[in-house]
Design a protein around this ligand. Sequence first.
Ligand SMILES: C[S@@+](CC[C@H](N)C(=O)[O-])C[C@H]1O[C@@H](n2cnc3c(N)ncnc32)[C@H](O)[C@@H]1O
Length: 319
Amino acid sequence: MIGFYLLGRLSDLARWEVAALAQRRGEAYRTVSERFVAVSSDDFRFYSRLAYTKVYGRLWFSTKKLSEVGRLARESGLQEYVLRNQPFAVRSNVSTALNRRVGWYLDGKVDLKAPKTTVFVVRAAGRYHFLAPACEISAKSFSCRDVKNRPFPHPTSLNAREARLLVNLSGVLPRETFLDPFCGTGGILIEAAVVGADVYGIDAVEDMVLGALANLQYYGLAGTVMKGDARKIPLKGVDAVATDVPYGRSSKVITRDLRSLYLDSFESVYSSLKRGRRFVVVADRDVSPLLERAGFRVDHVGSWYVHGGLTRRVHVCRK
Ligand SMILES: C[S@@+](CC[C@H](N)C(=O)[O-])C[C@H]1O[C@@H](n2cnc3c(N)ncnc32)[C@H](O)[C@@H]1O
């Protein structure tokens, strides 16, 4: 069992992110609280691709009472793990006093500066949950691919961590085909390629196509990007789709009628996607009725506040 302590921002989407990946792998998923979820898996390496999780690790045990920690650590094997991997550190979402107390219950050498392993205690739903080794997902691991660090930056593009969230919500697995039909300069394509998908992008503007190709190449990633129209996708049997549609504000739209651009492109995505697979759409408004009209089941619409004039909606759909 792996426990995931989620970022506070967009925690509903962070839960969907873990659930979408677990579901694709056939692993049981459980919501414990708003910011803590668990999956029956021991594949830690796979989950290092998450974007909106703060810390995750093997879930050894959960308890209501701290006084039981010594016994439960012995019975679950956490005590032995700590002794094999000392010096260790304890961190938590509670307080340094709790960290010290747990460090005391877990017999072993503590080193907060250079620990060999870290135990992370999450207080959620009235219990303490013990994770180890605690793997942290840091902002730094994404920042090298943020818009400002790409050779072809563009103001409409998403930063890497945000783009990765969308890719993970689509549930795409390594070697599967992934499409962004309004790809712009390729922010979402880059993250899909980093997790090992076979990526395809479409954009109506030639400069964007060249920019997306230059950006992919800069990070040593392969992908197919074509100039075209999202309303006429020339692909079939696609495994997953995620996109940030044009809002008609700063990115170019080749029609004045946004509503029909959305509906026609959603219908085109529907016919290019495999049955049962996911389509993730970001827009500046709720476009669920149009997605449903195109044939999709809308499982969730998340709100993503950007600034006073823009709250994005993230639609998680399934064919
Ligand atoms: C919000 S931007 C996408 C930003 C993108 N996620 C990125 O990382 O750069 C929308 C893109 O849709 C493109 N576009 C507009 N109408 C289109 C159409 N009918 N077919 C394909 N692309 C279109 C625009 O040129 C623009 O690059």
